[in-house]
Design a protein around this ligand. Structure first.
Ligand code: IPE
Ligand code: IPE
Ligand code: MG
Length: 249
């Protein structure tokens, strides 16, 4: 097995570039606590967190990971104070505008998972623009979960299947895991191999409930705004030390 020096430039870990997780997912948590520790408003943590996302996405691409899926805003996050929600949406707009300028050059495709219909018209138009650019590219893909909830996703797929049954395009017996997966927001994507949750909490918080059946989980206390390329290396190295049995021996 060939090991390579970590591409982050840090010699602390050796990432085996021949056995990378094809799909990494990250619950980007800890922005608020990061800001609070510094006496800053929670929104300051989201600003830094957005930059960290950009850095880590580019790093995943450079390593040779095919897909990065990040949890950016959950179906439950609307409960937060209005100014915090507004800041997150403003950061999203900034990110989309920057991406429209850079994604073709960087060969980074973007896809959004979640119900975008409740976002502002402007944001929806920008996501359509990034979708159109993505369709012309063939490189690394970053999936951004926005107004995303795992239960909501499963419920929508179940509803859609029930409608298909009602109009007779398919019989209930014909439903398979593959067909059901295709109806999820993540339709067409491989399941995540590795799910990382920074921020210290050890729960899934409604993220990729269907898709995580055989994902490897790594929980780290590092808050997302402090997350570095070296932390991704460390997570990949730990992932590579695990034995995935999928129920076998
Ligand atoms: C994650 O960080 C970002 C979003 C959920 C939008 P948090 O804002 O949840 O940060 P903590 O968990 O309160 O520190
Ligand atoms: C999960 O983090 C959602 C995102 C990172 C977008 P939360 O901060 O919302 O999760 P809980 O409240 O700790 O479960
Ligand atoms: Mg949180």
């Amino acid at each position: 097995m060939a090991f390579f020096k970590s591409k982050s430039g840090n010699t602390a870990g050796l990432v085996d570039l021949d056995h990378l997780p094809r799909h990494i997912a990250i619950i980007m948590d800890g922005n608020g606590r990061w800001a609070k520790k510094r006496g800053l408003p929670r929104t300051a943590g989201h600003k830094v967190g957005a930059e960290v996302f950009r850095t880590i996405a580019t790093y995943c691409k450079d390593l040779g990971v095919d897909y990065l899926t990040v949890y950016a805003f959950s179906t439950e996050n609307w409960k937060r104070p209005q100014d915090e929600v507004n800041t997150i949406m403003t950061l999203l707009k900034k990110y989309l505008l920057e991406s429209i300028d850079t994604m073709a050059k960087d060969n980074i495709r973007l896809r959004f998972l979640g119900d975008l219909s409740v976002l502002s018209e402007e944001l929806q138009e920008l996501t359509e623009e990034t979708n159109a650019i993505s369709a012309t590219l063939d490189g690394f893909q970053a999936n951004i979960c926005l107004n995303y909830g795992g239960r909501d996703e499963i419920l929508r797929a179940a509803r859609s299947f029930a409608e298909d049954c009602a109009i007779g395009t398919i019989g209930a017996d014909a439903l398979t895991e593959e067909l059901f997966s295709e109806k999820l927001f993540s339709g067409g994507l491989p399941d995540p191999d590795l799910i990382i949750r920074p921020g210290g909490e050890k729960r899934v918080s409604n993220f990729l409930l269907w898709q995580c059946a055989y994902s490897e989980f790594i929980f780290t206390d590092t808050l997302w705004p402090d997350f570095k390329k070296e932390d991704l290396d460390a997570a990949i190295i730990e992932y590579q030390s695990r034995n995935r049995r999928y129920g076998g021996v």
